[in-house]
Design a protein around this ligand. Structure first.
Ligand code: DAT
Ligand code: MG
Length: 151
């Protein structure tokens, strides 16, 4: 069976505030494997598609504008239950509800400036990875210390 993958993106505020390295570090030190990553100005149509399930929400337009206001750092991470654990590491959508120790709980306050995106389910992750990355951008490799992380 293929290893589970999730899509993460450091949002424009996270990039501006210099948090790309910390967010990568948290997933690296947990033992997850970076499969792809790129800094990019996300096109509006990509962002509208990415958030299409929220298109009838009052905050949708502002959300897309915020996501287009600067470069984002898009990533794919792989490992056991990385989708669910990624959401846990991110914290709640509203940072004021995010526990200290989580990414949002450590670095932000407002829901419209919550610094990082993470897929909410395995199927969502597959859709988002396909939306943001070409197949050839995903790196296939194994960690040399794999047997020290997984039993
Ligand atoms: P998440 O990013 O935790 O998956 P979501 O998918 O429900 O949350 O919403 C996507 C983003 O939209 C979220 O990160 C911030 C913004 N957002 C969500 N709810 C909001 C609200 N009530 N007011 C303003 N922005 C909101
Ligand atoms: Mg979401």
């Amino acid at each position: 069976p293929k290893a589970e993958r999730t899509f993460l993106a450091v949002k424009p505020d996270g990039v501006q505030r210099g948090l790309v390295g910390d967010i990568i570090k948290r997933f690296e030190q947990r033992g997850y494997k970076l499969v792809a990553g790129k800094l990019m100005w996300a096109p509006k149509d990509l962002l509208m598609n990415h958030y299409k399930d929220l298109s009838d929400k009052p905050f949708y337009k502002g959300l897309v504008e915020y996501m287009a206001s600067g470069p984002v750092f898009a990533m794919v991470w792989e490992g056991k239950e990385v989708v669910k654990m990624g959401r846990k590491m991110l914290g709640a959508t509203n940072p004021l509800q995010s526990e200290p120790g989580t990414i949002r709980g450590d670095y932000c306050i407002d829901v419209g400036r919550n610094i990082c995106h993470g897929s909410d389910a395995v199927e969502t992750a597959q859709r988002e990875i396909a939306l943001w990355f070409k197949d050839e951008e995903l790196c296939d490799y194994e960690f040399a210390d794999k047997k020290w992380v997984y039993e």
